[in-house]
Design a protein around this ligand. Structure first.
Ligand code: NAI
Ligand code: MG
Length: 332
């Protein structure tokens, strides 16, 4: 069966890691058909839109994509909204999978293997921000039962696939009893009904952050809301060797978008130092969870493992992107 992949390199190091990851995918899956689309800050400056309709159409048609990274200004720019948030909302990519595991040589410890499942379409990133009065800005945090149900159903499936020993719901229901309460209660009901009551656990987000630092090995599947998942996944990726190795997959109904956790890294863009493994491993997630090609995903991960075991400590200086890509290609 022929697979189509829509590439959205974006800005900064997205333009460097996406071609590297595609080279690896083409070696694994020579029949893959690759098409390219535009999005991001430079796209906004050229076309007046950070996500042109043509990009949404191509991605929908392909049913699968790889997103590099985009730059976003930190102030208000009329008409601009982060491209990745727009893609997630417009395409119904309402779940985000962010695995973190120990890798040889590059991980500070050897016993971490956890998966953060993050709600991806609402929460504090609902996009509803306004001025209430001069000097008072409001952001609305949206939590819906339907989105929590979808999240918990996906959590139950993932828990089965990884034989989860523990499922931790992360929230802040003590100070946000309506929104976080709805999240906790809905997820808890769905997971208990699916037979995961014994493994179910919950943590307030602040203490969860401390425990992810103190005993990351105690976590297995973490289920949480949009903002909490964003922050905790950056924290947790320290255990997997840092930002350059942190993959993610945005999932919707019949559509998925692979996305390294990192941003456009303007501090190293153009220097050849971007690590392509986050993007490469994101394609591994696409192979495993969307295209249902677990053998290819396992081959890819084995190549990454062997590369890091043998060359993980080498300082590639200015040639990281090229040297890492070659190292993976050689091992496939
Ligand atoms: P960042 O992830 O771009 O960079 C953080 C640090 O990690 C930098 O020192 C960078 O050099 C390093 N780093 C990131 N990816 C790396 C890689 N593959 N290899 C080696 N080092 C890597 O986050 P930052 O600096 O907070 O944001 C920069 C821009 O990216 C901003 O405009 C921000 O809005 C955007 N951003 C976009 C995201 C996306 O498109 N999904 C996600 C996060 C930030
Ligand atoms: Mg983030």
């Amino acid at each position: 069966m022929s697979r189509r992949l829509c590439l959205i390199p974006g800005d900064g190091i997205g333009l460097e890691v996406v071609p590297a990851a595609v080279e690896v995918l083409e070696k694994l899956l020579p029949a893959v058909q690759v098409l390219e689309a535009d999005a991001g800050w430079e796209c906004f400056r050229r076309q007046g839109s950070a996500v042109p309709e043509a990009t949404l159409e191509l991605l929908t048609e392909c049913g699968a994509g790889l997103f590099g990274a985009v730059s976003s200004p930190s102030g208000v720019v009329p008409g601009y909204r982060s491209a990745i948030l727009t893609l997630r909302q417009r395409l119904g990519l309402s779940l985000n999978l962010r695995p973190v595991r120990s890798w040889p040589q590059v991980s500070p410890r050897a016993d971490v293997d956890l998966l953060i499942l993050r709600e991806n379409s609402e929460g504090l990133y609902s996009g509803r921000e306004h001025w209430e009065a001069e000097g008072v800005a409001i952001a609305e945090r949206v939590i819906s039962r339907a989105a929590c149900q979808r999240l918990a159903e996906q959590a139950a499936q993932l828990a089965g696939e990884r034989s989860a020993r523990r499922i931790t719901l992360v929230h802040k229901a003590n100070v946000l009893p309506l929104t976080c309460g709805l999240f906790r209660d809905t997820c808890s009901q769905v997971l208990t009904a699916a037979g995961w009551g014994e493994q179910l656990d919950e943590r307030l987000v602040d203490i969860a952050a401390l425990q992810l630092v103190q005993q990351p090995e105690a976590f297995d599947l973490i289920v949480t809301t949009n903002l909490f998942g964003d922050i905790l996944s950056d924290l947790a990726c320290h255990w997997g060797g840092g930002m350059g190795l942190a993959p993610s997959l945005n999932l919707g109904a019949g559509i998925a978008l692979a996305e390294p956790v990192h941003g456009s890294a303007p501090d190293i863009a153009g220097s050849g130092r971007a690590n392509p493994l986050a993007a490469i491993l994101s394609l591994g997630l696409l192979l495993r969870y969307h295209w249902q090609l677990p053998e290819l995903a396992a081959r890819l991960e084995a190549a990454v493992y062997s590369f890091l075991a043998e060359e993980g400590q080498v300082d590639f200086a200015t040639q990281t992107t090229r040297r890492v890509t070659q190292g993976i290609l050689q091992r496939l």
